[in-house]
Design a protein around this ligand. Sequence first.
Ligand code: 13P
Ligand code: SF4
Length: 351
Amino acid sequence: MNQEVNSQYTHKERIRELKAELGSRLIILTHHYQNSEIVELGDYVGDSFGLARRAASDTDAEYIVFCGVHFMAESAAILARPGQSVQIPDMEAGCWMADMADPYIVERAWRELSDLWGAESMTPVAYMNSEAEIKAFCGRNHGLICTSSNAHKAFAWALEQRERIFFLPDQYLGLNTADRMGMPRQEVAVWDPDFPLGGNTEKDLQRARVVLWKGHCLVHTRFKVQEIEEVRRSRPEAKVIVHPECTPEVVAAADASGSTDSMIKYVESASPGDEIVIGTEFNLIDRLQQHYRDRTILPLSRSICPNMGRIDLLKLSHTLEHPGQVNVVSVEPEIRKQAGVALERMLDLPG
Ligand code: 13P
Ligand code: SF4
């Protein structure tokens, strides 16, 4: 056994020992974009919605260790009950998209739009991929959180409350959701925070029912229509499915688009021999390939989230050596309360 293989083995063994010692006092939650080694050591794997629901409902564990990115662990910390701690093996595991919505700049945009429309005419909706202060901003302004699996329900709820939506930070999830709901494009505006009125004219904004923050995911916007066209040429039988963080052009060229969970269900319900090409983070595709060996499952191209990749065996074992003590994710009480309101509204959306 070479040294690296040996040390991986040691970390895995140590993690198993620590899990056994802590028993039901510990739960390890893992996101689908984690590599297989981490997922195998976890107690539960899910997409960001499933993990939030799990964190909200787990009443036994004292220690929640979250293998994913910071906004996910922070959401678990917001939903955790008193006495539970949430740890993330690497505090630096962030999300580029979440970083694109700075709370101060978002508040400034909200004030500009309020001057134009009146704050009572807008519901803020934030994608789960946002920091706690953004979630709190939604909570105190009568808005809610969504994930890619319930964005359409959150939009419908928001429009029942008020006539317009302010959505952040992913312009593409926002555009794809508006398309899915049949909203005409002239009713959708993109807000670029670097320009007055977000780069729009007053007339554009007057007819907008949805304003989308100009953020995006670098992992999902790498997929191109030309790659799908190449699949059509080389594998005419194949179906192409993509995540709704991809651009609307890519979504339109694919056979289907949906959240992580819905892509897994798509593969599950396919038949042996089917070919499925997937446009999302590679670690999920890799695991689907291992699990469904009787289907041909291919990445549209190999796109990896380096933020998710920051979690490794060494950091996980270090975290478990110090339960409730290192890399604890905490949220200031008032922010936590307001963000909790917005998250609970999402959890209360009809199934
Ligand atoms: P899910 O909501 O599908 O888990 O996606 C999270 C994410 O970060 C996608 O880039
Ligand atoms: Fe953030 Fe994109 Fe990574 Fe998801 S894949 S965590 S949106 S950077």
